[in-house]
Design a protein around this ligand. Structure first.
Ligand SMILES: NC(=O)c1ccc[n+]([C@@H]2O[C@H](COP(=O)([O-])OP(=O)(O)OC[C@H]3O[C@@H](n4cnc5c(N)ncnc54)[C@H](O)[C@@H]3O)[C@@H](O)[C@H]2O)c1
Length: 301
């Protein structure tokens, strides 16, 4: 849903990897059709037999296994993700209702911002069980942290693992203790000042791209991150990734979508991994959850 920067780049990644057939839907007439046809014409060169269809008609999306919602407006310089709240609320509600009408068995992955609040919208509107509605943010935030770790240490990004939890905003919670290079926590490899610099740059990672682009927000890393989640579902990988999940008591948080480590497979969220947090980390997660809750109060959700 949404054939803009994130949606179209995600479609391209999925089609090129021959992961699934893709339907791109948008309200702009002609644009998804044009992008879809263009992507189809790339498949002979890419060696992929995936089919891509662009449309403005939800009936073309019928019987989808996975629905990804990227529809909505993106940030411009000076805007926070929260500034998108009211506009994207209506759009995400509309997309969820229409998508579910034609694909009642689908798994719903939300990408539109403000992410945690939009997950709650999709969950409430869809009436689906919580394991079938979740959001992408932690994979992206962790990928940014992994990139900065690799740049700092001059090592392969493949040696890196990072965990960023919490809401997808300024209060996100990068966890240096659980962020490792070849299994070694970065807290043992870098000075506290360098660790703090990586944490700060990670939390500001989206704003850094927005200020450079000036006309929109990031989409290459966001689409890669979403593709990883789609793949985990379609291939039933039981893969542990930071996902925005509905919590009912886990980490001491109730009735709220927030980013936590989760195991992803064909049924969606199979399990939330309740890793042990220090008092400081737990307090930061709760502060982040409180910021998400404030947004939901505006929406009365
Ligand atoms: N969760 C994350 O980590 C993350 C990362 C990047 C972007 N985002 C968010 O994803 C969203 C999309 O970003 P983008 O860069 O692709 O924006 P974009 O403006 O390039 O694309 C959005 C598309 O949504 C379409 N749209 C609007 N209303 C619609 C509706 N009712 N039905 C179907 N389509 C509709 C627009 O026509 C547009 O083509 C934004 O809200 C952005 O903030 C989230």
């Amino acid at each position: 849903m949404g054939a803009g920067n994130v949606g179209a780049t995600l479609a391209q990644r999925i089609a090129d990897a021959e992961l699934a057939d893709v339907v791109l839907i948008d309200i702009v007439e002609g644009m998804p059709q044009g992008k879809g046809l263009d992507m189809m014409e790339a498949t002979p060169v890419e060696g992929s037999d995936a089919r891509v269809l662009g449309t403005n008609d939800y009936s073309d999306t019928a019987s989808s296994d996975v629905v990804v919602i990227t529809a909505g407006i993106a940030r411009k310089p000076g805007m926070s993700r929260d500034d998108l709240l009211n506009t994207n609320y209506k759009i995400v509600k509309d997309c969820t209702e229409n998508a579910l009408k034609y694909s009642p068995d689908a798994i719903l992955i939300v990408v539109s911002n403000p992410l945690d609040a939009m997950c709650q919208v999709a969950y409430r509107v869809s009436g689906l069980p919580k394991h079938r509605v979740f959001g992408m943010a932690g994979v992206l935030d962790s990928a940014r942290m992994r990139t900065f770790m690799a740049m700092e240490l001059g090592v392969s990004v493949e040696n890196n693992h990072a965990f960023v939890l919490g809401g997808h905003g300024d209060t996100m919670v990068p966890l240096p203790r659980y962020s490792t290079v070849s299994g070694i926590p970065i807290t043992e490899l870098l000075s506290p000042e360098r660790v703090e610099a990586i944490v700060k740059r990670t939390a500001q990672g989206g704003a850094e791209i927005v200020s450079l682009l000036k006309t929109g927000s990031a989409y290459y890393a966001p689409s890669s991150s979403t593709a990883e989640m789609v793949e985990a579902v379609l291939k039933d990988k039981h893969k542990i990734l930071p996902c925005c999940c509905f919590l009912e008591g886990e980490f001491g948080i109730n009735d709220l979508y927030v980013g936590v480590p989760a195991q992803l497979g064909a049924k969606g969220i199979e399990k939330i991994w309740e890793i042990r947090l220090s008092d400081g980390e737990r307090a930061a997660l709760h502060k982040s959850a409180a910021a998400v809750r404030e947004l939901l109060e505006v929406l009365k959700l």
